[in-house]
Design a binder for this molecule. Sequence first.
Ligand code: CMP
Length: 143
Amino acid sequence: MEKTFVMVKPDGVKRGLTSAIMQRFESKGFRLCGAKLMQMSETLAKTHYEEHKERPFFGDLTKFITSGPVFAMVLEGEGVIDEARKMIGKTDPKEAAPGTIRGDYAILKSENIIHGSDSPESADREIALYFTKEELIEDRSST
Ligand code: CMP
């Protein structure tokens, strides 16, 4: 079954939005396979955001993402990668539609509440960065 990686960023955790965000995905029908509150190391932050390392905002991004705990989740369900991205909304909250998580809860691009994998390759890579196989409880659709 398709899986994706979703992470409530430090601004979302600090504002107490973790459970509201998780509720949206569960209400939609996606299953939680794994979840944890964690403090990202600088190394993990740099690895996760490696594709942005030449961008001018890279330093601020890694500083922000390590500024407090994040809540990492793996969600499972049909089409979950694209659907979760739709539910999250555009990167810049000012362009994110009302009803999306960023549209409803955020204002700044640099503090946009949540991250979601953008492709099957990113989902595989990001899930493996944050979770061991033992930490994931997979495909409960038949139980
Ligand atoms: P995310 O979906 O986690 O992936 C990369 C992140 O970089 C993105 O969300 C934004 O939070 C951040 N980002 C992208 N563009 C900018 C920018 N111009 N200034 C600051 N942060 C940015």
